[in-house]
Design a binder for this molecule. Structure first.
Ligand SMILES: [Fe+2]
Length: 504
């Protein structure tokens, strides 16, 4: 729920600090806004003499004035039927038919042709050097990070500012911790006092962070920890027209648990054959369908998987996928990346699924990219990543697996898609393609089979769940998936709604 999110808390804090009171309905409206727009509205009211109690009408008037400049992002309430997917109270979007709009798609980064390594020890050393250099460059480009020193220069009592890779983390009962911070010259111990606990709980091994503090000759006592993060002033790029993109993931075609009925309802809606007039009109605006990996269930992915498969041949599983996806209207471009269940190498970054296995998808015109893939649709930049390392992040930071968006935000904070080395297989490519060098406007993942959506510093964060019912493994792990609920995003104003195809 948006009301319980960090973003909502920050907005309420801003209201209190501005000395403003709001009516309950006005509060609902302001909490549903994209954070930067909410802040702008609060600052406008603050600057207006005599306004102490904000009404819903006041806010709507201000939004109307500001909307052309700032994105709105409204989380739709969950509904039981696709017929009522458009949240009440939202003003209708201008009509547009995606069929009449030309495709505007451009690949910014696809690892498929960029990878190839022997995986030697030297390759790993160079890989981590490259990770360090790319992430430190992100810090050095910022205006607020100046006077960086190297670990070899730390030796006497002085104020220091270091950029390093977190090699070790030791936590004390008092709440303080010691980290080993490594740069290209050496390693230094940093004591993180308990007053930095709130910040330090975001720290993960192998992340590159900046530490400000004081050196006593033997170690550094931290005053502050800074992550590369998304800049506060990131303004999402926008499409000129209200084009829609739909995000789905983890379809697991070929599995007995693939939910054929909800997926068929989804396709019928996309074809304009399902839902009320508003829903059909919305479907006609969809120009892009983005699939975040685990297209098929695969073969031999986990013990006794064959018992849960409809077919045990990979090619046949992709044929099933193509049989369904060929019903996507021809004017909708489908873009797909692989996941851990797909027929490509498992180490990240993954190349696109080769034609040998997934020819039926190539034949129906699916744009097959690697994992992660970064592309541009109508000017809006999308980072699509299956999300295997989200499990590592959740374990390291004790995040509940039913909140995938929280782990995704941690990846944005550290500007790296696989911060913790060890559990998720990584390929030591000469260039670390898992660094989030460019700030995306939409960050899409799957993998966890649980939906989640948030707006983090102007980035629309989406985990689009699955179309696979709960597996025995998930049941044993206590994970309740949320199948059949993709997201739709308006690329002009970042209006987001969660669709629901689980009902008849
Ligand atoms: Fe999956």
């Amino acid at each position: 729920m948006i009301g319980t999110s960090q973003v909502a808390k920050r907005t309420v804090k801003e209201l209190l600090e501005a000395g403003l009171q709001v009516t309950p309905r006005a509060l609902d409206v302001i909490l549903a806004l994209e954070p930067s727009l909410a802040s702008l509205v609060i600052s406008k009211v603050k600057a207006t003499e005599g306004t102490l109690v904000l009404t819903e009408e006041d806010i709507r008037k201000l939004i109307e004035k500001e909307e052309p400049r700032e994105a709105t992002n409204v989380k739709a309430p969950k509904s039981e039927e696709a017929q009522s997917i458009i949240p009440p109270g939202l003003k209708p979007k201008p009509a547009l038919t995606a069929r009449e709009v030309d495709e505007d798609f451009e690949v910014v980064m696809d690892p498929t042709k960029m990878i190839g390594t022997s995986g030697s020890l030297d390759d790993f050393v160079n890989y981590f050097k490259d990770r360090y250099m790319r992430l430190s460059n992100l810090f050095l480009k910022r205006g607020d990070i100046k006077g960086i020193c190297r670990t070899c220069e730390v030796g006497r009592a002085e104020e220091v500012k270091l950029i390093g890779l977190v090699r070790e983390i030791s936590r004390a009962r008092s709440g303080s911790m010691v980290i080993e911070l490594e740069d290209l010259d050496g390693v230094v111990s940093v004591l993180i006092p308990s007053n930095l606990t709130d910040k330090a709980r975001h720290l993960m091994l192998d992340q590159v962070v900046c530490v400000e503090g004081r050196s006593n000759g033997a170690f550094v006592v931290a005053d502050n920890i800074i992550w590369p993060d998304i800049p506060f002033d990131h303004k999402p790029r926008r499409a000129d027209e209200p084009i829609m993109a739909v995000f789905i993931s983890d379809t697991h075609f070929g599995s007995k648990k693939f939910m054929e009925k909800p997926f068929t309802r989804f396709l019928e809606w996309l074809q304009g054959k399902r839902g009320d007039e508003k829903s059909r009109s919305l479907a006609k605006q969809v120009k892009y369908l983005v699939i975040g990996g685990d297209i098929v269930d695969g073969v031999g992915v986990y013990p006794n998987q064959e018992k849960e498969l409809v077919v045990e041949e990979l090619y046949a599983q992709y044929e099933i996928a193509a049989r369904h996806l060929e019903n996507v209207p021809d004017y909708v471009k489908t873009i797909a990346i692989p996941g851990g269940h797909d027929a490509t190498r498992q180490a990240l970054p993954q190349p696109a699924i080769p034609k040998d296995y997934s020819e039926p998808l190539y034949e129906i015109g699916v744009e097959m990219l690697g994992d992660p893939a970064y592309f541009r649709i109508h000017g809006v930049e999308v980072l699509c990543f299956h999300g295997d390392p989200l499990n590592d992040v959740m374990t390291a930071l004790s995040i509940d697996s039913h909140y995938p968006e929280k782990a995704m935000i941690e990846l944005l904070r550290g500007r790296h898609l696989a911060p913790v080395y060890g559990s998720t297989p990584l390929s030591p490519e000469p260039m670390d393609l898992l660094v989030i060098e460019k700030v995306p406007d939409i960050f899409h993942c799957g993998h966890l089979h649980v939906n989640g959506q948030e707006n983090y510093r102007g980035v629309t964060v989406i985990n689009s769940g699955t179309f696979q019912d709960q597996t025995d493994y998930q049941k044993a792990m206590g994970l309740t998936p949320t199948p059949g609920k993709p997201y739709i995003v308006n690329l002009k104003d970042f209006w987001v709604a969660q669709l629901d195809f689980t009902g008849d």
